[in-house]
Each structure stands twice: as structure tokens, then as C-alpha cells.
Write a protein that binds this ligand. Sequence first.
Ligand code: DCP
Ligand code: MG
Length: 392
Amino acid sequence: MTAPRTILHADLDAFYAAVEQRDDPALRGKPVIVGGLGPRGVVATASYEARAFGVRSAMSMARARKLAPGAVYLRPRMRDYVAVSRQVFAIFDGFTPLVEGLSLDEAFLDVGGSRRLFGDGETIARSIRQAVRETTGLGISVGVASNKFVAKVASDLRKPDGLVVVPPGEEARFLAPLAISRLWGAGPRLVERLRGLGLDRIRDLQALAPEDLRRILGDRAGGHFGALARGLDDREVSNQRETHSISRETTFARDVCDQARLERVLAELARDVGRRLRHACLRARCIRLKLRLPDFHTFSRQHHPARAIDRDADLIAEGRALLHRLHDEGMPVRLIGLGGADLVEAEAQEQLELFGAEAEARAEGLQDALDRIRARFGAEAIRPLDDDAPSS
Ligand code: DCP
Ligand code: MG
């Protein structure tokens, strides 16, 4: 048997709203709701005071206004949130090289190798919470456990400002009284179905023999939920930050199933990657698409085009082809990302293609013009009409 791992899941409390309350003392202790303020606006987050009225992330703003008419409503200030996120991730990085960011305010850390330097998991969690509080003025909840799933459930359990430690060997006992909906991938339909069979708590799944659960849910899902219910999860914390790539990803406010919408978002990401490649005078020999599902399973596929590319249209075409290989219509997606890797200097590539086709040159000219307009008027100046602008 191998030694248990020490995994932390850290997640800022009411992130955007907490930044607003920090920056405007008049908002402290009040219900604050951050999100789109237009007619089709959606709540990004609500302060805990606003949650007391039932307001939640991803709810329509119209509904929130009915529930909490007296709350303060604010538009997100992404620039500030990104700056805070950088500070927080810099703190994480100080404790371990194994940091897997899930969003601006949330990460897994494998601190197994840091214990001699910084103390045990609980000590590190306390140090992180204190450093985040001192540096940013914000509260962060942390779960400590022997694997990712249990650490994530633990960090959620006593929000806000919570610290929950699950000692190795206690995983199943810790999960037993909790609702089945806490299991990764357990959506409302599955929860309903299990409830119909009299199964409501995680302990009810623990009590079933693995083969019975497989019989009920099928082999794959039965195996998955049977293991999670017992607190077993061997997914590794992976920090796939590559220096030799340029990528962009976005997490949806609500999971997206619709492939046409995914394609539109992908095109936005591709334009951003393209602009940054051209700015750095680089071209990508490898294009990589990443999808994360609601249960945090993450997939990626890559393709090496015949030649290194940096043009929006080429990046979009590559991204689409990869999307069609990876995504089935109707499959819910939490995060989508596109990156160019295996980068080469644009100059070197150009010399190889010195007498490239005239069409190529024309396309190149068009791209330059687009870049010039964007540089002058901002990225917003030229883009197709849709409301799926990436958020981070
Ligand atoms: N967010 C968003 N849309 C969502 C969910 C979240 O725009 N549907 C944004 C706003 C949140 C931030 O991401 O402040 C972090 O998301 P969390 O799910 O961690 O939510 P909070 O940090 O706001 O609250 P807490 O973690 O305390 O539950
Ligand atoms: Mg959070």
C-alpha cells in the first residue's frame, strides 16, 4: 500500500461579491449580487447575505430581483478579479509546484511533498488561509483529504471561511451522512432515480454491494459512484502549465450542451490565441482542444496541421475539427479551451514558404488589417454577433 496523499481544495468565498465588499466598506454586511444587469442578465455570484434570500449563481437576474429587491446589484469588474486571482495563485504556488487551477478562485493542491517544509496538510491549509486573508482581505475555504473528490466536498461543507480536514481512513465515514447529489456527476435525474429506490444519502450507496449498484446504474456509472461513495478517487493533481504554448479557456456560467454555441465560443478563443501568437511572432505546429465536463473529467485532443499556423481562420478550422472528434451533441460542457503548442518563430516558417501562393498572401494581408483595427478599437471591434464572450 502506498502512503496516503495530501490534497487540498481551496475556493474563495463568494468571490466577486467579496471583492466588491472589500473595496466598498458600505457594502459589507449587505446583500450584494454581481452579474449581468441587462434584461437577460444572469447572477454570477451573490454575497452570503444575499444567499439568505435564496439568490444563487446562474439564476436569472430577474428572479434575483424578485427574491432580494433591496440588494445591491453590480456588474462584474473582471480586471480586478483577475488581479486578485493572480495574488491567490501566487500564494498557492509558494506551497507546492502541484497546483491545478479550476477557475479564477478555485484550485487543487497536492502538498504531499511540502510537508517537511511547511507542516502537515492542516497546517498548510491554515497558512494558506491566513496568507490569503492578509494579502487580499478575502476569505477562502479549504478542504484537506487524501484525494481530490473528498477534499472538494470538504472545502464546500463549512463555507464561508471553513476549514475541514478529513484524516486518511475516515473518507467513507465523512461522506456517509451527506446527500448523494454531492457525488461528482450525480445530476438531478440520477438523484431522483435513486431516491425512487429509497437511496438518499451516500451511506445508502455504501451499504449496497458493488455488483448491486452496477446492476442498478450500469457498469460504468455503477463503478464510478460506488467508488466515489466510499471516498475512493485516484485522479492526480496535474498542473499542465506549459511555457511553450499559448492557450485560452473559459468556464461557462452554466454547462453548455449545444455544439453550435460551443463552436462560437471556440471561435472567440481561437481569435484570442491567434492574436497572441501573431503578437509574439510565433506559429503553432500543434493545436490542442480541451473540454471539461460537469463532473470535472477533462479531455483533450491535439492535431498537428500540415504547417505551423497563426491565422484565425486556420485556428478556428482546427478547433472545430477537434471539437467534432471530442464532443457529441448534447454532452454538457463546463469548460472549453484551445491552445497552440510546439511553437516556432514565424520568420523561420516564412522562409520555408517564401514563394507561397498568392491566396496565402492575400489572406495574410486581410489578417494584418484585422489586427490593426483590433489594436485601435479593441477586440470588441470585430466579432460575430453572439453573447458568448469568454469570461476569463
Ligand atoms: N461564477 C459565475 N457564474 C457561475 C458561477 C460562478 O460567473 N455560475 C463566478 C462568480 C464567482 C466565481 O465565479 O464569484 C467563483 O465561483 P464559485 O462557484 O466558487 O462561487 P463563489 O466563490 O462566488 O461562492 P462560494 O465559493 O463561496 O460558494
Ligand atoms: Mg468560490
